[in-house]
Design a protein around this ligand. Structure first.
Ligand code: NDP
Ligand code: MG
Length: 333
């Protein structure tokens, strides 16, 4: 098993003498900034004036400044902007203020791995990626725990980048749970594959295919919704809590026998073959090129795809049914 480092294995000292500049006070930004400050690290933050997150930073006792100013003042520049805009803000505001001896940090490897950002050779480049959303990174820290983090060093100009990345991970609470070492390539490629093939793309397409199959066979869409979408929550929770075995143990024997005999018939060699293709497109850079080009061209295809998804019958049916269930904390976009 991969080595897991805990609080006792990691020295926080390397980061206690540094100023960390958090660029972007969003989901990760607000959590990492406050956790670092609570751990005794000097933190400055940046967000855009007159935005909700700027005001939040002020409420939290920070005095937000521009990304350029934060990059100028900080020793460690933690880029917590949306991935699509990191390249532009880096070029305009961060790069001109990157000096020898500074460190550039990320919570996701996309821009470095796919060379959207190419830092100078004389700065450290590392990653600390919490494996959970920002609000959990903060709430766990406040209650004395932490969210596991991945850490990786892409460029070690100072000779101390690895120690610094581990100290950073500890200061945001990661080592209370455990931190694991990875590379920018591994984190980026597995993250993209997971969200495309399994978590986001795979699951939604599986749900839609199941729904359409039932509705085409004459069953009521409302009933189909409950069977293929609503109950997903229960199954996923069991999987996360206790893996495959606990999920199978918790469902009925009929569900277990049916699932064990039919699941692999569905997810067959053809699906695995196409998964390999999805992975190959990520590894050779074709996916990232497609996405960056799409974004830079204005995101027309992206918006069309979103509109098409929103118009799916399961969305209309689901919206009505969720209104019957206040206990699920229903959301609308
Ligand atoms: P968010 O979109 O939540 O936050 C980004 C923040 O940056 C927003 O407050 C945004 O302001 C602000 N911003 C935009 N432009 C500028 C600018 N020019 N100067 C200063 N601030 C600016 O991002 P996330 O926290 O979700 O993601 C940050 C990074 O963390 C990404 O690399 C992501 O992949 C990674 N990550 C995210 C996780 C998550 O749970 N969300 C989990 C692990 C990693 P405004 O909103 O007003 O535009
Ligand atoms: Mg991920």
């Amino acid at each position: 098993m991969a080595k897991v480092y805990h609080d006792g294995d990691v020295d926080m000292q390397p980061i206690l003498t540094k100023t960390v500049g958090i660029i972007g006070y969003g989901s990760q930004g607000h959590a990492q900034a406050q956790n670092l400050r609570d751990s005794g690290v000097k933190v400055i933050v940046s967000d855009l004036p007159d935005t909700a997150n700027y005001k939040l930073a002020v409420e939290h006792g920070f005095k937000p400044i521009s990304a350029a100013e934060a990059a100028r003042q900080a020793d460690i520049i933690q880029v917590l902007l949306p991935d699509e805009i990191q390249r532009i803000v880096y070029a305009k505001e961060i790069a001109p203020n990157l000096k020898v001896g500074k460190a550039l940090c990320f919570s996701h490897g996309f821009n470095i791995h796919f060379k959207q950002i190419v830092p100078p050779k004389d700065v450290d480049v590392f990653m600390v990626a919490p494996k959970g959303p920002g609000h959990t990174v903060r709430s766990e820290f406040v209650s004395g725990g932490g969210v596991p983090c991945l850490f990786a060093v892409q460029q070690d100009a100072s000779g101390k980048a690895r120690a610094l990345s581990m100290a950073y991970a500890k200061a945001i609470g990661g080592a209370r749970a455990g931190i694991l070492e990875t590379t920018f390539a591994e984190e980026t490629e597995t993250d993209l594959f997971g969200e495309q093939a399994v978590l986001c793309g795979g699951v939604t397409s599986l749900i839609k295919a199941g729904f359409e199959t039932l509705v085409a066979a004459g069953y009521q869409p409302e009933i189909a919704y409950f069977e293929v979408m609503h109950e997903m929550n229960l199954i996923v929770k069991l999987l996360v809590q206790g893996g495959l075995s606990y999920m199978w143990y918790s469902v009925s024997n009929t569900a277990e026998y049916g699932g064990l005999t039919r699941g692999d018939v569905l997810i067959d060699a053809g699906v695995r073959q196409r998964m390999k293709k999805i992975l190959a497109d990520i590894q050779d850079g074709s996916f990232s090129k497609e996405w960056v080009d799409e974004w830079q061209a204005g995101g027309r295809k992206f918006k069309d795809l979103e509109a098409k998804e929103r118009a799916h019958q399961i969305e209309k049916v689901g919206k009505e049914l969720r209104r019957l269930m206040p206990f699920i904390d229903a959301k609308e976009v």
